[in-house]
Write a protein that binds this ligand. Structure first.
Ligand code: COA
Ligand code: ZN
Length: 317
């Protein structure tokens, strides 16, 4: 396999995850989770979103969360915004980077942000302008890049046209999001093989959901095409409130475990990340989909059973 030596993980659990939790998570606990994540060495955190508080009431405390987190040097704290109003709020709150959202399919974009793709593009143009004035980085995510829960297949030409409109207005970082886990590894490879040569110099991110257990295979496919920015969610939290059937992102600690086992560097302390996942389970009061929290790392060893002890032949050199 041709894998990069190092990848950059962006933790999105406190946004993609907490936005869909049935109960409002108290601000102090959100702050605690963000701080635990940065202490574990997570280099990028999508802390929250600056959206309409009536539309996503779970994240109505975005300003307070941003104001109270401890800013670890070296961690990039970002927030998701759908429009310039969100961007201004995010900049006032002191984000290091703005993540924008638009879908590759019209019906999901209308369901998610109540705008056509063209209307979103006008808002995102304004976002780019305010961010540029503030000298804050912007990364543009594209929901339903690999399939839409309403429309099904998203033609590659349609995805390409959304990427083109974003890069034409100055985007240098583009995220392809598999909002409801419809992608498969060959499709990811095909999409990247098509897009990457057409948009040289773009920093690509893959944002996966493990709805159909294909998140890590899709990530491996993307890494073979040179993608080194990956979103993940602690414990596998996550899901879009405006996409039926959506469920959690790829579980961050499972992904970091997989990458570490293959010798791909993330800079994240896996043991501390696993501890964060345990704490998040306590906070939300239920078990999360992550596997490593249950199974332990692949380096875990058990005592030899009594029935076998004394009968194990010595290992040959
Ligand atoms: N933050 C707070 N308030 C906002 C806002 C933002 N980012 N954007 C718009 N508003 C306010 C406007 O100021 C206006 O307020 P008013 O009624 O007091 O004048 C009101 O919302 C309506 O504005 P409008 O532009 O017509 O928005 P809308 O009602 O069509 O909603 C969005 C559009 C994008 C704001 C809304 O659909 C949204 O927040 N979606 C987020 C979806 C999401 O987070 N999905 C999951 C992540 S992918
Ligand atoms: Zn998502």
């Amino acid at each position: 396999m041709k894998l990069p030596a190092r990848v950059t993980i962006c933790e999105v659990g406190t946004r993609d995850g907490f936005q869909i939790e049935p109960d409002f998570i108290p601000t102090e606990q959100k702050v605690e989770v963000v701080n635990l994540l940065s202490d574990a060495g997570v280099p990028r955190i999508e802390v929250t979103s600056f959206v309409h508080p009536k539309v996503v009431p779970q994240l109505r405390d975005a300003e307070q969360v941003m104001a109270r987190i401890a800013r670890r040097p070296g961690t990039r704290y970002a927030a998701l915004v759908p429009n310039d109003k969100g961007a201004v709020r995010a900049l006032d709150a002191g984000v290091d980077a703005i993540h924008t959202v638009v879908s590759a399919s019209e019906s999901h974009n209308l369901a998610n942000v109540n705008m056509t793709i063209a209307e979103s593009m006008e808002k995102l143009r304004a976002v780019m302008q305010v961010a540029e004035r503030a000298k804050v980085a912007v990364a543009c995510g594209i929901s339903t890049s690999f399939g839409c829960p309403f429309e099904g297949d998203v033609p590659l030409a349609q995805l390409e046209s959304v990427v083109r409109r974003l890069t034409d207005m100055g985007a240098r970082a583009v995220g392809l999001a598999d909002t409801t886990g419809m992608a498969n590894p060959r499709q990811v490879a095909r999409v990247l093989e098509h897009l990457t040569p057409k948009f040289p110099g773009i920093e690509w991110t893959l944002h996966t959901h493990d709805t159909r257990a294909m998140a890590i295979p899709n990530i491996l496919a993307a890494m073979e095409y040179g993608v080194t920015n990956l979103d993940g969610s602690i414990g596998g939290l996550g899901g879009c409130p405006f996409a039926p059937g959506a469920s959690g992102n790829v579980c961050s600690e499972d992904l970091v475990h997989c990458l570490a086992a293959m010798g791909v560097e993330t800079g994240i302390d896996l043991d501390r990340l696993i501890a964060v996942s345990r704490r998040v389970q306590e906070i939300i009061g239920r078990a999360l989909p992550g596997q490593i929290v249950k199974a332990g790392k692949s380096t875990r060893r058990y005592p030899v059973p009594d029935t076998v002890a004394g009968r194990v032949p010595a290992a040959r050199a």
